[in-house]
Design a protein around this ligand. Structure first.
Ligand code: ZN
Length: 293
């Protein structure tokens, strides 16, 4: 069990749960997009004419829109267990990475974590629960649908709160890659890549490095804050196993095709997480210059 109770809570969490259908403004925006998308600007003008007509007849069109949203409008942060857990884990990543950046002579720009249910808008486009947790470099935010934790436990059979912490730490790893410029270098290399297989290979190196960074985080979370206990690392390894590309391909009834990997095999993900965890060294996570990925 991750010992997260009674710990510092990060303030960098944006709680958008229950906000998906929020308020009249959100619905109006969605409707406008829909109308412009389907009927173009002329469609919008037509709706405008109807709106003015309603207004003149004494009906407030906004009230009509808001009517459906009552009861879903409160999007205040909910102070429940998942929120406290996520805030505590994020705070722990802030403490560890701030220290590592400081040792390297720079400041760690803390990312924001967005908790959502259903769907939400990100700096990288529309996000839904089907997307899975991800990091968006454009707005430097982590997007986390809390339902994913349940799915991790039920569908993938990786229970335990460390599995969830590992997922957060992995996404924070992508943030670190972004602020250190690694992500940009990878993108440039991918643009020069000949074919999909080579571009995917770069993607795998990047993902395995994020796993290794999650391991580095676990190393210090363990030593600095006694955040973890004995079973946690085993849970993390189990999570790494079930989300390996070969396991996912097999689970989907497909043939295992390494050239289609984008995150690495179960064995690779476990190995790089362990590498980071044992060494506690960012330098040990150079997945781009290794003979043995
Ligand atoms: Zn990733």
């Amino acid at each position: 069990m991750v010992k997260w109770q009674g710990r510092r809570q990060s303030r960098n969490v944006e709680d958008r749960r229950g906000a998906a259908a929020a308020g009249g403004a959100g619905i109006l925006l969605m409707l406008l997009r829909l109308i412009i998308g389907r009927f173009g600007i002329r469609g919008l003008l037509f709706v405008g004419v109807i709106g003015v007509g309603l207004y003149m007849a004494g009906v407030n069109p906004m009230a009509l829109l808001q009517g459906g949203g009552v009861g879903q409008q409160q999007a205040e942060p909910i102070d429940d267990e998942s929120s406290q857990f996520v805030r505590a884990v994020l705070a722990e990543t802030e403490d560890v990475w701030s220290r590592l950046f400081e040792e390297a002579g720079s400041d760690y720009p803390e990312p924001t974590l967005v908790m959502f249910t259903g769907n939400t808008q990100s700096g990288c486009g529309f996000a839904s629960s089907g997307t899975g947790p991800f990091y968006c470099p454009a707005d430097q935010k982590l997007y986390l649908d809390v339902g994913f934790f349940r799915e991790l436990a039920q569908r993938f059979g990786a229970p335990g709160d460390f599995a969830a912490a590992y997922v957060i730490a992995h996404e924070v790893g992508h943030h670190v890659q972004t602020v250190t410029g690694i992500s940009n270098q990878v993108r440039t290399a991918q643009q020069r890549a000949r074919g999909e297989a080579e571009a995917n290979a770069y993607q795998v190196m990047m993902e395995l490095q994020a796993d290794c960074y999650a391991g580095v985080w676990a190393h210090y979370a363990d030593r600095m804050g006694q955040f973890l206990d004995a079973g946690d690392i085993a849970e993390g390894l189990k999570a790494a196993e079930v989300i390996g590309d070969d396991a996912l391909q097999r689970g989907a009834g497909q043939e295992v095709k390494p050239e289609k990997f984008t995150h690495g095999s179960s064995a690779q993900r476990q190995r790089w997480f362990t590498q980071g965890y044992r060494s506690g060294s960012v330098d040990a996570c150079d997945t781009f210059n290794t003979q043995d990925l």
